[in-house]
Design a binder for this molecule. Structure first.
Ligand SMILES: Nc1ncnc2c1ncn2[C@@H]1O[C@H](COP(=O)(O)OP(=O)(O)OP(=O)(O)O)[C@@H](O)[C@H]1O
Length: 838
């Protein structure tokens, strides 16, 4: 395995040199450098040993800063020594040809122009401006002194006028993991160090790293089963028609399962139907009886490095405990798109049913409270009438008592007079009393019967009200039960819909690459789009090269059409995914127009905001919190655009990357977001004006964090939308950049090369993806890792004079299109866990 790996590396290095087109120059330089190296080794063996020891320390230590400082000191020493050697003609090195006396052949090699994105060519028209530029850097003084003393200022000036020098940018990957931009200056290779200063390229570095270009790929090694260790990756399985075969999980491509074919004598890929027989799949099926699609399980296992526990936990996280129950039959066929549409329709109907039932429950609750009020009122009336009845009965008793007392208090009998005996009580009065007593009795009886009747009626009414209330509360309970059921069904269907939607997205690819041609009024163009909008042809010197993309937006495409392509990705962000939209292309190709746009024709950044808010508002049961930040990466420095003047650092912890101290603003409305974006843009413009530049010399990153708490399911999703307008790649030979612009170009070149390397590694499914090579790739790591979704706009110019850059950008896009990220995963946690923490 070890020897195979070294063969691989050697081949890659060979490939890189062939690709670069300046192989000759490299070889001659390496020969000269080897001679110098030998000489220096003889002269200063102790020093070289020291340098080597420092390098070894550097590889071992995590903290790179101290080592870098030591390294710089060593470079200074070696550089000083080189300058000293050249100044002193007696030293053996002086006999070798100096940098200016390098052979014409070697010099002409310098002018070879490479077209790969990591190799830009610099034509220097005026060496004076170069020298002024280099004078600004203290570290380059040695180089100038060296030149002037070796050949004299006049000879140099003569050369300046007569020669057209070309500087070729190269990327050098040091064994310590750092990536440097290099170019040739007067035959000497120089590089841009961590402080953005030009340094002489140390000769010993040739043996401590290699020059690279994207696209160098590894190859699969063939090994026999006897070469393998008997570890827990080794297994065997019974395959129909093959009997029991040995299997082994290889590391080359994120654990690929192969079987050993003794007839062919090589490891062969295990076809899916055979892979379904593996214990792992059965294990997952036993753990999750609800997950019935074996192919789905096999695919998930592949993506999880055949870790069945991880697959089980991922599916439980995604689908909840529903998978612990055997799936109903109608849930098994999820693969057709028709089923997906059917699910959507069912969800819609259920949602409407839910709303109707909720309204009914509300009406029942209102009716119930009205009836309760009425019952209370009737109770009060009965109480009042009872009270009144008691009063009347008391009156009646009083009246009867009075009558009785009147009757008992008759005057004593007067002895009858003989002549005319007089009655003891006045008969008239007596009659009146009797009449009144009778009337009173009648009234009392009437009143009693009325009261009794009224009470009876009221009791009946009260009974009716009670019965009605009881039946209402029963109905209410029934309706609540139905609502609960509907909710559970809705949640299940919503999860199902998300998963199906995600599957459709996966089928389309988690990286989508679009080509956008800039508008032009010229009739002569170097680009032709195919009618199906999936292919673009580049016409260069009569040759046509066709490249395919997920969609090609022609010169007349509108901002609305372009934005429509990003909609699925933006929706995924609300569902809790990390998504990223990038614009890549040469300077002036329309990246900023695509991402930011103009006031009249807003771009993706501006259009994504109302869409994001609309999707959030659509989900009534989920409450969303949006946080926004804006930063730029200028010359490998992170600048906070919402708090100008503060430069920031990156913190990497496992797979997560954070920027401590970065200003995050909570935004609620479209106006909030637009005003925050305006502030960031204004701060960026002020910085650009101070630098006197028209074009964007920095990468702009707008990040939106979307956190949603679902009141129904009790889950919290966390999605992130990263919108990135990359700085333009440019051929410096065209722009004749010098001074600060040259350093900027080198920084941009370096970060874009690093981005190309990341895509290259992702394309090859390499175990190591070099995210550490630039701040840009480090920052974008979560958005470009296996569990994210990404949209790349390759912006190109249709102008004939830009054909070289256009072709280069399109080739970059075409290679990115072959990248397949792993299965995207949602960032979802139970909301209550968060509350508990709080
Ligand atoms: N599709 C288009 N329709 C109309 N005008 C466009 C279009 N694309 C770009 N432009 C115009 O072309 C000019 C350059 O575009 P833009 O600034 O977006 O390029 P860029 O790639 O961002 O450049 P740089 O990398 O230098 O910042 C701008 O004036 C822009 O308005």
């Amino acid at each position: 395995m070890g020897s195979g790996a070294s063969v691989n590396t050697d081949q890659e290095r060979g490939g890189v040199r062939e690709n670069r087109g300046d192989a000759k120059q490299d070889e001659s330089r390496v020969e000269t450098s080897e001679a110098r190296e030998e000489e220096r080794k003889r002269q200063t063996p102790e020093r070289m040993k020291e340098v080597k020891e420092v390098k070894e320390e550097e590889e071992e230590e995590e903290g790179m800063e101290e080592v870098k400082r030591q390294d710089e000191a060593r470079v200074e020493e070696v550089k000083g020594e080189t300058a000293e050697e050249q100044r002193n003609p007696q030293t053996p090195q002086s006999t070798r040809p100096g940098p200016r006396s390098s052979s014409p052949a070697a010099h002409s090699d310098d002018t070879v122009k490479a077209e790969s994105p990591d190799c830009h060519v610099l034509d220097v028209q005026s060496l004076k401006s170069q020298e002024t530029n280099l004078k600004t850097s203290d570290d380059c003084e040695d180089l100038e002194t060296e030149e002037k003393t070796s050949e004299g200022p006049q000879a140099a000036a003569q050369d300046i006028e007569n020669e057209e020098l070309s500087l070729v940018f190269e990327s050098f990957l040091h064994n310590n993991g750092m990536l440097y931009s290099c170019f040739n200056h007067h035959g000497n290779r120089v590089y841009v160090d961590e402080t953005q200063k030009l340094q002489s390229f140390p000769q010993e570095w040739h043996s401590q790293g290699h020059f690279i270009s994207p696209g160098s790929e590894g190859f699969l090694q063939q090994r026999s089963s006897s070469d393998l260790r008997d570890d827990d990756r080794s297994s065997s399985t019974h395959l129909q028609g093959r009997g029991t075969v040995t299997t082994y999980w290889f590391e080359e491509r994120v654990n690929v399962c192969r079987f050993w074919d003794p007839q062919a004598g090589i490891w062969l890929l295990l076809p899916l139907q055979w892979e379904l027989n593996l214990d792992f799949v059965q294990k997952v099926m036993a753990a999750l009886p609800g997950l019935v699609d074996q192919k789905e399980i096999a695919a998930a296992l592949r993506l999880c490095n055949y870790d069945s526990e991880e697959v089980v936990s991922v599916y439980l996280t995604l689908f909840g405990e529903i998978l612990l129950q055997p799936a109903p039959k109608d849930f098994t066929d999820l693969s057709s798109f028709g089923a997906l549409l059917e699910r959507d329709r069912v969800i819609e109907t259920l949602r409407r049913d839910l709303q109707t039932k909720e309204k009914e429950v509300e009406a029942l609750i209102q009716r119930n409270s009205y009836l309760k009020k009425e019952a209370r009122y009737h109770g009060d009336v009965i109480q009042h009438l009872n009270h009144r009845l008691a009063e009347l009965e008391a009156d009646q008793q009083g009246a009867q008592q009075r009558i009785r007392s009147l009757l008992s208090h008759r005057a004593p009998a007067i002895p009858a007079l003989k002549a005319s005996p007089k009655p003891a009580v006045d008969p008239v009065l007596m009659k009146q009393v009797c009449t009144l007593t009778r009337e009173l009795k009648v009234w009392t009886m009437q009143l009693r019967s009325t009261v009794l009747q009224t009470m009876k009626d009221l009791r009946n009414q009260l009974q009716e009200v009670r019965e009605a209330a009881e039946s209402r509360s029963q109905q209410e309970e029934l309706a609540l039960g139905q609502v609960q059921e509907l909710r559970a069904l809705y949640q299940r269907e919503a999860t199902e819909r998300k998963s199906l939607y995600n599957k459709v997205m996966e089928l389309q690819g988690n990286i989508r690459v679009f080509c956008r041609c800039r508008w032009t009024s010229r009739s002569e163009r170097c680009l032709e789009e195919s009618p199906d909008q999936q292919e673009v042809a580049v016409i260069q010197k009569g040759n046509r090269k066709k490249l395919q993309f997920d969609k090609v937006y022609g010169c007349s495409s509108t901002q609305e059409e372009v934005f429509a392509g990003t909609l699925p990705v933006i929706r995924s962000c609300v569902d809790g995914y990390n998504v990223c939209i990038l614009a890549y292309g040469q300077t002036g190709s329309g990246k900023t127009y695509t991402m930011m746009g103009t006031k009249e024709q807003p771009g993706v950044n501006i259009r994504s905001i109302p869409e994001l808010l609309r999707i959030c508002a659509e989900r009534e049961k989920v409450s969303y919190t949006l946080k926004m930040s804006m930063l730029e990466i200028y010359n490998e420095t992170l600048n906070d655009l919402l708090t100008p003047g503060s430069s920031l650092d990156l913190r990497v912890q496992g797979k997560s990357v954070s920027v401590p101290g970065l200003t995050q603003v909570q935004v609620q409305t479209e106006a909030d977001i637009l005003s925050t974006m305006e502030t960031g843009e204004k701060n960026r413009k002020i910085a650009a004006t101070q630098m006197n530049t028209q074009s964007s010399r920095s990468h702009l990153v707008v990040a939106l964090e979307v956190e949603g708490s679902d009141a129904v399911s009790g889950l919290t999703s966390r999605g992130a939308l990263t919108l990135c307008d990359l700085a333009g790649s440019e051929r410096i030979s065209k722009t004749e950049a010098t001074g600060q612009r040259l350093v900027e170009a080198a920084a941009i070149n370096r970060s874009l090369t690093a981005l190309g390397q990341v895509f290259s590694a992702l394309k090859c499914n390499s175990l190591h993806v070099p995210f550490r090579n630039s701040k840009l790739t480090r920052l974008l790591q979560p958005a470009l890792s296996g569990d994210a979704k990404c949209c790349v706009f390759v912006n190109v110019s249709p102008d004939v004079e830009d054909v070289t850059e256009t072709l280069s950008s399109l080739q970059f896009g075409s290679s990115v299109r072959q990248v397949s990220l792993g299965k995207a995963s949602q960032n979802i946690t139970p909301t209550r866990t968060k509350n508990q923490k709080n």
